[in-house]
Each structure stands twice: as C-alpha cells, then as structure tokens.
Design a protein around this ligand. Sequence first.
Ligand SMILES: [Fe+2]
Length: 275
Amino acid sequence: MKFLQLTDTHFVPPGEKLYGRDPRRTLNAAVADINAHHGDAELLVVTGDLTHWGEPDAFANLAQALAPLSMPVELLIGNHDARDVFARYFPGQGRDDNGFVQSVRETSAGPFIFLDTVLAGTHAGHYCETRCAWLAETLASLGDREVFLFMHHPPFDTGIPASDNIGLQQKNAFRQVIEPHRHRIRHLFYGHVHRPICGSWLGIPTSTLRAINHQVWFDMEGTKLRGSFEPPAYGVIQVADDRVVVHFHDFMDASEKFDLHDSPWDDWSRRRPHP
Ligand SMILES: [Fe+2]
C-alpha cells in the first residue's frame, strides 16, 4: 500500500505571495509530480496549516490546486487555519460529533486516525478533554487492530526551542490516552515543524517533513522562529505487513541526474587491492 504526505501548504488568496513566494505555484509543481509518478497512491494526507491566515479565498485556492489529484485527499487543520471556514470549503472532510476535524478512514493498510490539535487564537497545539475522550473511545473501538496516527502538532518536544514553544500544551494528557495502545500504533505522522525529522516516541515510530511554501531553519538554540527556503518536499510512504518505509522527495530539485554505474567513476579495474 502506498500513500503520500504533504504538510503546511500555508495557502493565501490566488495571486498573493507569502514571504515573497506563491504557495500555489509550489503546490502545483507537487501535484504535477505526484500525478506523473505516484498516481497509484491510495491516499494523500495534508497534515495541517493548509492556509496561512484562514481566509475563504485561500481555502478556495487550495481546493482548486488539489482538484487535479486522482487519489482521495484527507486534510488536517493546523494553527494557521480557521475550522469553520475550512468546513465550508471542504464539507466532505470528516468531523467528530463535537465539530473537531477528527475522523477514522479505513485503508488497505488499516485504520488511519486523523486528529485536530487546533485552538483558535494561538499557534500552540491543544488537545482538550473532549478530544482526549474521543481518541480513547476511538482507539478502544478498534479493538486490537494496528493503526496509523496523523496530527499537526507533534505530541513531544523536537529540540527546536522556537517550535517547541508553540508545541502541544497537553502532552501528559495525550500521552495517557496513547500509552495503553502504543504497541499497535504503527507510525505517527505530523506537521507544524517545517523540517525533516524522524525518530520515535513511546516506542512509536514518528516522522515529519519539509513544508510547501517555506521552511524553519535548523536552530537548536534560538527562541525565535527563523524561516528559510530549503527545498519543499512531499512524502511517499510504503506500507507492508513487515515494514513502513518513508521517503522524502524534493520534487523541485533541478540538479543533474546521471547514471552512477554506467560511468567511468564506477570502473572496477580502478579498485585498489586492500593491503
Ligand atoms: Fe506551518
């Protein structure tokens, strides 16, 4: 089973720029690359910060940009989005009984659980008691089945202080919900950080990747978020019974591509014997 991850598209109204870049132009390139090479993916997940300011025109712009994709798209919201405006432009996206953008999708790799970590008016992540109860109930209802989790804010510190300062605020409460089920969570995918990071939390494999419009510079000391224009990426994830493999693809890379083996640089006769 193959699916794709994009994150932090930070869309603005058509024709406008953000930090001097047009996010639509970059997402158009991602969509074209996906349609050319990964049209067979079962699903695309966008892990939040769909827009930068949450305007209706920005959501409409995003809906247009995603329309040429052949696979279903699952959208999470992030701290830059407005939940009610999102729901107006993407009425088909799952919401729980309390209106949070949370849902479960059955895939050929098992259930995917999508979480909503947004509190209006703050960049920090929030997971209130109501959402914790929904997640606990959802995990319990799936019995012993293995699942995949998706959320915008990571539930742990990443070591980048400026980002951790706007991280999930209820880490302990969230951890208590997850801990009894950690053995059956195959992977946790997140956004928010605008950087490629992988590792594990409570023994659960985790990963995120670079965003679409702009990135966050690697800085483990400063407390101010510093932007950068490192290349954008999308993720290609392959799932089988015995593995989850996550590829990060810099789809706008324009460097020369060449044959590594059929070249003078791979001439076996040049190998020197070991002393
Ligand atoms: Fe973001």
